[in-house]
Write a protein that binds this ligand. Sequence first.
Ligand SMILES: Cc1cc2nc3c(=O)[nH]c(=O)nc-3n(C[C@H](O)[C@H](O)[C@H](O)COP(=O)(O)O)c2cc1C
Length: 356
Amino acid sequence: MILRDLHAKARQALDPVHYDYVAGGAGDERVLADNERAFDRYLLLPRVLRGGERRDTAVDLPGAPGASPVLVAPTAFHRLLHPDGEEATARAAAAEGAVLVTGTASTTAVARVVAAARGRDRAAAVWFQLYPHPRREVTHALVRRAEEAGCTALVVTVDSPAFGRHTRDLRNGFTDLPPGHAAENMRDLPGAPPGALTDIPMSPAVSWADLDDLVRRTALPVLLKGVLHPADARLAVEHGAAGVFVSNHGGRQCDAVPAALDCLPAVAAAVAGRVPVLLDGGVRRGSDIAVALALGASAVGVGRPVVWGLAAEGEPGVRRVLAALREEYDHTLALCGGRRNTDLTRDMVVRKGGTW
Ligand SMILES: Cc1cc2nc3c(=O)[nH]c(=O)nc-3n(C[C@H](O)[C@H](O)[C@H](O)COP(=O)(O)O)c2cc1C
């Protein structure tokens, strides 16, 4: 299995402290484990004899028409994991038609990331993941950088009012980036020197009023990442969000929340098709993508699998991960009698050991 092989190779290639930074989660890593396990609790119920030889798995997302249903979720500090860093990830995502969500906590400035994604024939959209700063002028400056770079949407991470307590990092004493690496998007912003992990803005002071301000200020679509409660999904739409990511940050924030997949049906019901719902956390197989889409997602994000590909083999490794997931998903869609993503409907998923 490609993902498992690349994970093993990455583990060998990486400094053990950096490996733990990526692999680990918060607390006892219960949510981290459950994100993957959740997919074992759902099964697909294929339809048969529907005809149709060709499949089209492209999806129209905000600022990303015709994208792959597999996105690259934002993960921090790629140059820590491979010398080619975020630029390699961007080239691979573009080649595979996958939206890249590049992060505030990137070790390459957003303008260079977007330029790398554009360097190929098949440029894919780059979205900018934003940790909103309690001082709005800092947020505004970050947003301007993303806009000027050519990002086509903003993804505001809302599940991080405080930095997650990552048990392995605390044990390893990993609190600062090593010399030579910095959170480049934070460089020369008012009051935000680069260099330390804790310089990434995370504040409990951020509120819906800050989202309103952001939606007013930018012409870009604004998606929220880290929504688990259906009431917040409803509020997100009311406050002008163009999409909602169901995500528990890959088990890196609160270690007592449900698996992301378990939160998806209620969030999808609350959003009721008004904006796309996306999911990340624990997606490791094409069949996982099919389950998520049948439960109401328009697309899924992958975090750690991309990082393992990058750490193991650089750009070709990321391409292998994205291509494997896309091909496996296409194959699963065929086995389920589907031609389009929307052919996967809620009635085609059952709980293991039961029926509807
Ligand atoms: C090493 C690492 C760094 C991450 N950094 C960020 C980040 O800077 N911003 C963010 O919104 N999410 C971040 N995430 C969360 C991912 O975007 C995503 O929600 C999660 O990894 C999905 O779960 P998966 O790894 O099981 O695919 C990070 C995750 C990992 C593993």
